[in-house]
Ligand binder design. Structure first.
Ligand code: UD1
Length: 421
């Protein structure tokens, strides 16, 4: 199992490029099940989650090939399989995205329930509610969701739950409604840029969707869809993580491809913390003097502060000059990083769905363990500013969502390396 070693204390300088968005490409890949023509995606990041989705799609009769390092071709050549087994689904929750497309195109699906993960219970009740509203019969048997529908029919669907909208739930219902008979309206649809991107891709395939980017999506079902080609948007979470890397080290970093229109809340938070952010042509520059003001922040659905940036921003606030309160509104249990940051001398205490972060003068490098994707990114950021050496084990979590993070940071001057064991 690989690990990452960081010797902290170097202000990062230079230019780094954000890759394609993992969370945008995964639901689009699942949408390739909606046609037997070829779908081609460019700017696809080389990540473990993308490989996992390829494996699931292959199981479902799709030819899935990386024809170039960042280009992926998908073509459903056998439309009879309908089973996504637990051995594959358990590796990546986003595999639930195949449910809607399978149901719409093949009339039936058997997809293992994804189960919980370290960031919380993560139910899929809203996905199932939406698909049932379209006319699917759904049963849970031996850990699998079993769905069938001779014909899906358009419906008016409210897709909100106790924590607001659902990103993958919206993707699933949307990807089924495009082939349903009649008109579907999804109220309280998630409006994350990744959902917008799926809409754009489905439109290229021939789907009729309006209200794209809003909380009310209207879909007019069509009888068939064709293959399409799409370039993946830059990953806003990777871009924001790199901005925080520049900030926390007191550096000067230009993140090429970072889109300010996707990162308004994060940019606003960084500015409140005292970091200089400049929007430049084709990217964002971060300049920091290494001194940070505390702030209270709350994660919210888009366009609020993404829950996927909570841990990284907490690492930054851990070395701010004062007390901050970080409140988690999307996944109330997403605080696994607190204990590991504590091993690095951070002073953070959990209070219900908030964390009280008492800024410390310095962090101290330590052996720590990655628990999930974004929590691991927070440990890397902490390691970049900590005194002495930080050793992060279980970095396969990082590889799920960051392409060669250590290489990108090393090019900016960080003393970071991957250790193969
Ligand atoms: C997606 C992202 C993930 C991000 C999350 C929130 C991908 C692959 N993953 O996950 O990185 O952290 O959005 O922005 O794109 N909920 C229900 N019932 C449901 C579905 C969700 O109650 O059926 C709740 C969840 O427990 C959570 C909230 O709704 O509290 C939002 O979850 P959701 O948007 O569905 O997250 P994902 O789509 O799984």
């Amino acid at each position: 199992m690989d690990s990452i070693e960081i010797k902290g204390g170097v202000p990062l300088k230079g230019e780094v490029r954000a890759g394609g968005a993992k969370n945008a490409v995964l639901p689009m890949m699942a949408a390739a099940l909606l046609t037997n023509e070829t779908c081609r995606f460019t700017n696809v990041p080389k990540l473990r989650d993308v490989d996992s989705m390829c494996m699931i799609l292959r199981q479902l009769g799709v030819r899935a090939e990386r024809v170039q390092p960042h280009t992926l071709e998908l073509e459903a050549i056998d439309e009879s399989p309908c089973l996504a087994p637990y051995s594959l689904v358990s590796q990546m929750r986003a595999s639930i995205c195949v449910l809607g497309p399978l149901l719409a195109r093949r009339g039936r699906a058997r997809v293992a329930m994804p189960g919980g993960c370290v960031i919380g219970t993560r139910p899929i009740d809203l996905h199932l509610k939406g698909l049932r509203a379209l006319g699917a019969r759904i049963n849970i048997d031996r850990g699998d969701v079993i769905a069938d529908a001779r014909k899906l029919r358009g419906a008016e669907i409210y897709l909100g739950g106790p924590h607001g909208s659902t990103v993958l739930g919206t993707c699933n219902v949307l990807s089924a409604a495009v082939l349903a008979e009649g008109i579907t309206t999804i109220e309280n649809a998630a409006c994350e840029p990744e959902v917008e991107e799926l809409c754009r891709f489905l439109k290229k395939m021939g789907a009729k969707i309006s209200g794209i980017g809003t909380k009310r999506l209207k879909i007019e079902g069509v009888t068939s869809l064709k293959g399409a080609e799409h370039s993946t948007i830059p990953d806003r979470i990777e871009a924001a993580t790199l901005l925080v890397a520049g900030a926390i080290t007191g550096g000067d970093v230009f993140v090429r491809k970072a889109r300010a229109d996707h990162l308004a809340a994060v940019i606003d938070a960084l500015r409140q913390i005292g970091v200089k952010i400049t929007e430049e042509a084709n990217g964002i520059r971060v300049t920091s003097n290494g001194k940070f003001k505390p702030m209270d922040l709350t994660t919210l659905p888009y366009p609020g502060i993404p829950t996927d940036m909570q841990a990284q921003l907490m690492a930054l606030l851990a070395v701010a000059d004062g007390i901050s309160v970080v409140t988690e509104r999307i996944f109330p249990d997403r605080f696994m990083h607190i204990a590991e940051l504590g091993r690095m001398r951070a002073n953070i205490r959990k209070e219900g769905t908030s964390a009280i972060v008492i800024g410390v003068k310095y962090l101290s490098g330590a052996p720590v363990m990655a628990s999930d994707l974004r929590a691991s990114a927070a440990l890397v950021l902490a390691g970049l500013v900590a005194r002495n050496t930080t050793h992060i084990s279980r970095v396969y979590h990082i590889d799920r969502g960051y392409e060669r993070l250590e290489r990108k940071l090393a090019r900016l001057g960080a003393r970071i390396k991957r250790l193969k064991t």
